[in-house]
Write a protein that binds this ligand. Structure first.
Ligand SMILES: NC(=O)c1ccc[n+]([C@@H]2O[C@H](COP(=O)([O-])OP(=O)(O)OC[C@H]3O[C@@H](n4cnc5c(N)ncnc54)[C@H](O)[C@@H]3O)[C@@H](O)[C@H]2O)c1
Length: 285
């Protein structure tokens, strides 16, 4: 069966679980082979567990079950050498690179230390920069770079109020929005596209954890996921508590595909109506 990405290769960071795994599986279903990277370790300023080796193995299993190939590596997006090594291993195996999904991220909300600010900026902004830098020498005309922002990049008075770590998250994501805009100009003459997806809350390990249950239900001693959900719903004009990772993958798939071959510099807000009345006019539309 022919797919929309037959013969293409996608490099995805943070691919062990959540949105990254979902993107890997979605693109593989359309025929892409995958180069996957994940940290496979915790970070002391992150108040929830990050992905494990088993998680990355599950991504490998799901991609291979679709009949596609995958090169999966431990790697830290803060270290450009890790990313270069993964990309080079993948290109040696598959012969090319067409799609980059800079997705890895952390949330250090609630931690009011400078280190929490610096860590999240290092992963969520410097890591995105490193991902593009590692991929760039291999990209040909027609390639597509997709960065993961967040509605937090475009709202004021939400995560940016969550201590130094929350402010760092917003800082990083706002700069990812700007980076996507400016990189789209830088790459245009090579016919390489750069777009940004900005999801609202997503049902992944970043939101579905004990720390977040407490953050959204401070009135309860031991809140559960089910008790957090109504609080998420009331913050959404459309009453959606969170998106499923697969719903974000449809937007990534569009930007990755030739259907979007002249679409670049976009900031696509998957926001359930959250941004309508309050978009920061300083962020490019
Ligand atoms: N979950 C949400 O509500 C939400 C909303 C908007 C945007 N986002 C963004 O979406 C992206 C994906 O997050 P998710 O929702 O799938 O959460 P997640 O925590 O399930 O996935 C993030 C992945 O990134 C990996 N990672 C973290 N630090 C890394 C590093 N230094 N190097 C390599 N890998 C690293 C983690 O191990 C994990 O597998 C992130 O950029 C996040 O900021 C998430």
């Amino acid at each position: 069966m022919s797919g929309r990405l037959d013969g293409k290769v996608a490099f995805i960071t943070g691919a062990a679980r959540g949105q990254g795994r979902s993107h890997a599986v979605r693109l593989a279903r359309e025929g892409a082979d995958i180069i996957a990277v994940d940290l496979l370790d915790g970070m002391d300023t992150v108040p929830y567990p990050l992905a494990t080796k088993d998680d990355l193995e599950e991504t490998v299993r799901q991609v291979e079950a679709l009949g596609r190939r995958i090169v999966a590596r431990q790697g830290d997006v803060r270290l450009v050498a890790d990313l270069e090594a993964a990309v080079e291993a993948g290109v040696a195996e598959f012969g090319r690179l067409d799609i980059v999904v800079a997705n890895a991220g952390i949330l250090t909300m609630g931690n009011d230390t400078p280190k929490a600010f610096l860590d999240v900026v290092n992963v969520n902004l410097v890591g995105v920069f490193n991902t593009v830098a590692a991929a760039e020498p291999h990209l040909q005309p027609g390639a597509s770079i997709i960065l993961t922002g967040s509605t937090a990049a475009l709202l004021v008075g939400t995560v940016d109020r969550g201590g130094a770590g929350g402010l760092g998250y917003a800082h990083a994501k706002r700069h990812v929005a700007r980076l996507g805009h400016d990189l789209s100009r830088v790459f245009a003459s090579r016919r390489i596209r750069v777009n940004v997806v900005h999801p609202t809350n997503v049902h992944s390990g970043m939101m579905d954890n004990d720390f977040m249950y407490h953050a959204f239900r401070p009135d309860l001693e031991n809140p559960t996921k089910e008790e957090m959900i109504p609080s998420l719903e009331t913050k959404s004009p459309m009453g959606v508590p969170w998106l499923e990772p697969s719903e974000v993958s449809e937007a990534v798939m569009y930007f990755a595909s030739d259907e979007a071959k002249w679409v670049t510099g976009q900031q696509l807000k998957l926001d359930g109506g959250q941004l309508g009345p309050v978009t920061d006019p300083g962020v490019p539309a």
